[in-house]
Ligand binder design. Structure first.
Ligand code: 5GP
Length: 201
């Protein structure tokens, strides 16, 4: 059985990335990797569903024991991808989605050169501030910090494999699904198929 695709998705906060991915998950066939973080839960967030909310001590223990595929510090908190579940699902042939920020994405690219990196862009930088204000889950000060981080994050989009604009939600979702479909058809991922047609296996 061939391994699943490791898909890394990044976007600045307020880009609607969560909404795009929630729609993608409804399609089925994807495993969404739940990250660990040291930040406090926002209203409505559930432990084990949105994140594993853990202490800094526990997080550092996991780093030390090699339990993280990648991790980063973002706005004063640790965020990281627990390795075990990701490896297991990939080995079962499932496509795994990591919703992570750019430093973590670059680490995954280094460690797993086969990963597909997708960046979701807002239609414009100003759209971000408006969406964050509308969400209303962060204070004004945090919004300012996140908007200024966004500029730097978007500057890293050049290093990704695909860029999708989230203007109309349905378009962003179908663009994402098309990217994954096309990626699976690349010649570098079709060796087994070609071998079969040639009767080599
Ligand atoms: P938030 O606090 O808004 O949930 O997330 C802040 C940022 O951390 C987002 O860009 C999110 O994608 C990123 N993030 C979430 N989980 C991980 C992770 O496991 N690793 C890394 N590197 N970033 C993550």
């Amino acid at each position: 059985m061939s391994k699943g695709l490791l898909i890394v998705v990044s976007a600045p906060s307020g880009c609607g990335k969560g909404t795009v991915l929630a729609e993608v998950m409804k399609e089925g066939g994807f495993f969404y990797s739940v990250s660990a973080t040291t930040r406090s839960p926002r209203q409505g967030e559930k432990d084990g569903e949105n994140y594993f909310f853990i202490t800094r001590e526990r997080f550092e223990e996991l780093i030390g024991s090699g339990g993280m595929l990648e991790y980063a510090e973002y706005c004063g908190n640790y965020y990281g991808t627990p390795l075990e579940a990701v490896e297991k699902k990939l080995n079962e042939g499932m496509d795994v989605i990591l919703e992570i920020e750019v430093q973590g994405a670059m680490k995954v690219k280094e460690k797993c050169p086969d990963a597909v990196l997708v960046f979701i862009l807002p239609p414009a930088l100003e759209t971000l501030r408006h969406r964050l204000e509308k969400r209303g889950t962060e204070s004004g000060q945090v919004i300012e910090k996140r908007v200024s981080e966004a500029y730097g994050e978007i500057s890293k989009a050049y290093s990704y494999d695909y860029v999708i604009v989230n203007d109309a939600l349905e378009d962003a979702v179908s663009d994402f699904l098309n990217v994954i479909k096309a990626e699976k058809m690349t010649a570098k991922r079709s060796g087994e198929l070609i071998d079969k047609v040639l009767g080599r296996i």
